[in-house]
Design a protein around this ligand. Structure first.
Ligand SMILES: Cc1cc2nc3c(=O)[nH]c(=O)nc-3n(C[C@H](O)[C@H](O)[C@H](O)COP(=O)(O)OP(=O)(O)OC[C@H]3O[C@@H](n4cnc5c(N)ncnc54)[C@H](O)[C@@H]3O)c2cc1C
Length: 347
């Protein structure tokens, strides 16, 4: 085998991916490499080209379900580092490399009193993946503070800068999940954050209640982060303990007509206005169909949050998780005439 290790890309063979995906699915990749620099990434890509291998880029593995072994090369992005530029009296541009852990990056910003990402505390995964599905939580999405990202065009091998407009962010969507799928690897992301007069957002979910319980009337961004962390820890399974990938499905948006007819039959159905109709919480739909806490073999729907599918015994295969999700889709469709779409990337 030719030597590709000179740039720091040590290629391993037949590697288990169990510890590289938060579902804890034990599949094998034919080749596996961790890259911590752009030259190492280019070297890994040359190896893939020379051996005509399919490529899969991996961050924290928290939004992926492996249903089979991978016959190509998994390239785990470990590029690290952050830099900043004060642009005016109230704002800073802060850039982090793809391999930085998302929550550690949020913490780094909060330590400097940079505001805008506090509601996104404790989301698993890496900074480089955050634009892929425009990660969001508690009324905030990264598109709200996103400035640009640098990505490598896999065809030309040149880097390109993507503005928010070019990223075409939507609800758990972006250019990188649609037209750009498989064509780019994101190398770093820049956010535009506030250094003072922060825009605190506490209206969504239980943030306000959590802050009130802590006796906080005028919260700081650090207190909002703490509230979000408390809420998340109380209702979401910790992937270190129970394999999962967070919300398995997106919240569906249905037409107003469809909503009105369902609302007559299910008056308790929660709903939110959306751009192209009405958004309905997928967790509620799944729960109504009797799935909350239900287990089949090694797979279950989480007892506290029906939207989260878990590897209940730690022994589940990706195929079992996928089949379980198919059953949920079928039953929600039969009851409500709504086809749920998976948020998790299936491999
Ligand atoms: C407990 C839990 C809670 C969660 N809560 C939320 C939440 O509140 N909001 C939310 O939005 N998400 C949530 N998620 C989902 C997940 O954390 C995010 O989608 C996260 O951004 C995934 O990052 P990752 O690095 O782990 O991605 P991975 O799983 O490693 O990769 C996801 C996809 O992106 C591709 N990819 C990875 N890195 C790159 C790159 N640099 N360039 C190009 N392609 C790349 C991969 O090939 C794959 O297709 C949750 C997950 C868990 C387990």
């Amino acid at each position: 085998m030719a030597d590709y290790s000179n740039a720091g890309a040590t290629i391993q063979e037949n590697v288990s991916l169990k510890s590289f995906n938060t579902f804890g699915i034990n599949v094998y990749s034919r080749y596996f490499v961790e890259v911590d620099s752009e030259p190492a990434l280019l070297s890994a890509l040359r190896f893939a080209d020379d051996n005509m291998l399919p490529k899969l880029f991996l961050g924290g593995g928290s939004n992926i379900l492996f249903t089979q072994d991978f016959s190509g090369i998994v390239i785990k992005l470990d590029l690290k580092g952050a830099s900043e530029e004060i642009i005016n009296e109230e704002e800073v541009l802060i850039t982090a490399k793809a391999g930085e852990n998302w929550h550690q990056f949020v913490t780094y910003c909060l330590e400097r009193d940079y505001g805008g990402l506090e509601n996104l505390s404790l989301i698993p995964g890496n900074v480089g993946t955050s634009p892929m599905q425009n990660i969001g939580a508690y009324g905030v999405e990264i598109k709200d503070t996103f400035y640009s990202c640098k990505a490598l065009n896999l065809e030309t091998r040149e880097t390109e800068i993507f503005t928010a407009e070019r990223c075409a962010f939507g609800y758990r969507e972006s250019f990188f999940k649609k037209e750009g799928k498989g064509k780019y690897v994101i190398l770093e992301v820049t956010f535009r954050l506030s250094t003072k007069n922060h825009h605190i957002k506490t209206t969504y979910g239980a943030i306000k209640t959590e802050l009130e319980a802590a006796g906080v009337e005028v919260p700081t961004i650090q207190q909002v982060s703490k509230a979000v962390i408390n809420i998340r820890q109380s209702k979401l399974p910790d992937p270190q303990v129970t394999g999962n990938a967070g919300s398995f499905f997106k919240n569906p948006v249905i037409s107003t007509k469809h909503y009105e007819s369902l609302a007559k039959e299910f008056p308790a159905m929660p709903s939110y206005p959306a751009q192209d109709g009405v958004k309905v919480p997928a967790g509620w739909l799944i729960e109504q169909c009797g799935w909350k806490g239900k287990q089949i073999g090694h797979v279950a729907s989480h007892p506290l949050q029906a939207l989260v599918i878990i590897n209940a015994t730690g022994e589940a295969t990706g195929k079992e998780v996928y089949d379980f999700s198919e059953k949920i889709i079928e039953s929600v469709n039969a009851t409500f005439g709504i086809t749920l779409e998976r948020e998790v990337n299936i491999m």
